[in-house]
Design a protein around this ligand. Structure first.
Ligand SMILES: NC(=O)c1ccc[n+]([C@@H]2O[C@H](COP(=O)([O-])OP(=O)(O)OC[C@H]3O[C@@H](n4cnc5c(N)ncnc54)[C@H](O)[C@@H]3O)[C@@H](O)[C@H]2O)c1
Length: 339
């Protein structure tokens, strides 16, 4: 008896054990076609994911994570997402060095060190890099997480705020990588992780500078991969980018204070931190969107223009509505004080 006959015999026996309605469903030609299509789609997805992973990793497999070998350098680790990433990594015994312009207002775990630095100043980064190398060795993972976000339209925002957004959210990535990538390249080992945003894909009103910087962060990440492959010949240095949707942190206080009027789901930091930590420990390159079901955001710019405009408009209208509610509340407050 051939293997195929055996499979058929086994399927028939298994089928006969099912209740009658289930047997009818399994034998229904439409249900069979739908199941075939689903299996086909699942298979395509698996092949697509594997191709992405192998291509991004230059067809080299990931090395196992080693707490004694790896040192994570994390910018903006004193607040929000960065703080949670630091806590989660340190909980797993990973050595972490935080660079932040703000002092920590919490007790540092034993395997975490803090250095005060303004990551928009290359001289400051170089100064602190010397201390880090002397105290801990060369960082093998760099997480460019620190960021700022301002509200206000293009005409309202001050030049200083606009410049600050670009300095912190984009230019600092160049400065940090220029300082810490050469050692990774020499060792052909390391990982640069960029914390971007869904704003890399969808540009909204009152977020012009922020969206510009997060589109830039994506372009920076893509270019870095190309240079590592073609110029620096370091195929084992990994690059990842993480695009979170709204996250409950001090950065978006203006939105969390008006959450009801804003009307958008806001994630807790642990969800994003989980995704970042998983990416760090995997030692694989990748592009991660959080939450995963919003991965569809990547295709917004490939949609017909009228549909793109519809998506942006729908989201911008929420900001406008929230702004109107804020202004109404402020007027009411002023009237109350006058009376
Ligand atoms: N909160 C969100 O909704 C959200 C959504 C998507 C992406 N992000 C991104 O996540 C990252 C972390 O943001 P967060 O929400 O945790 O913000 P946060 O304000 O809680 O933390 C940002 C940290 O960066 C530090 N920082 C700012 N300027 C610095 C500088 N010049 N030098 C050194 N450190 C500096 C701050 O002191 C702070 O500790 C940012 O890149 C942000 O754009 C946030």
């Amino acid at each position: 008896m051939s293997a195929w006959d055996l499979v058929q015999q086994y399927s028939q026996t298994a089928l006969s054990q099912l209740p009658a309605p289930a047997q009818q469903l399994v034998q229904n030609p439409i249900a069979q076609k739908a199941a075939g299509a689903l299996i086909g789609l699942g298979l395509l997805r698996t092949i697509n994911n594997s191709l992405t992973q192998w291509t991004l990793n230059n067809w080299t497999s990931a090395e196992p994570w080693s707490n004694s070998r790896e040192l994570v350098l994390l910018t903006g680790g004193c607040s929000g997402i960065g703080k949670q990433v630091m806590q989660d990594l340190s909980g797993k015994g990973v050595r972490v060095v935080i660079l932040d312009i703000a002092e920590p207002n919490f007790k540092l775990p034993a395997n975490v060190a803090f250095y005060r630095a303004d990551i928009t100043k290359s001289a400051n980064i170089a100064e602190v890099a010397k201390l880090i190398r002397a105290d801990h060795g060369e960082p093998t993972v760099l997480i460019n997480n620190a960021g700022v976000g301002n509200d206000g339209t293009i005409l309202e925002e001050t030049e200083a705020k606009i410049r600050q957004s670009f300095e912190v959210n984009t230019i600092s990535h160049f400065l940090m990588v220029r300082e810490f990538l050469p050692a990774m390249v020499r060792a052909n080992h390391g990982h640069v992780i960029t914390v971007a945003s869904m704003a890399s894909f969808v540009a909204l009103a009152e977020m012009a500078d922020y969206c510009c910087t997060k589109v830039s962060a994506l372009a920076f990440h893509e270019t870095l991969r190309q240079e590592l492959n073609h110029y620096y010949k370091a195929p084992r240095v990994r690059t990842s980018i993480v695009h979170p949707y709204w996250v409950r942190t001090p950065m978006i206080k203006v939105l969390t204070d008006w959450e009801k009027e804003f009307g958008q789901p806001i994630m807790t930091v642990d969800k994003v931190a989980n995704a970042i930590v998983k990416q760090v420990l995997s030692q694989n390159s990748g592009q991660v969107l959080v939450p995963g079901h919003l991965a569809i955001a990547r295709i917004v710019r490939a949609l017909p223009t009228w549909l793109q405009e519809h998506v942006r408009s729908k989201e911008s209208a929420k900001f406008k509505y929230m702004r109107e509610q804020q202004e109404r509340a402020e007027r009411a407050e002023r009237d109350l004080q006058k009376a």
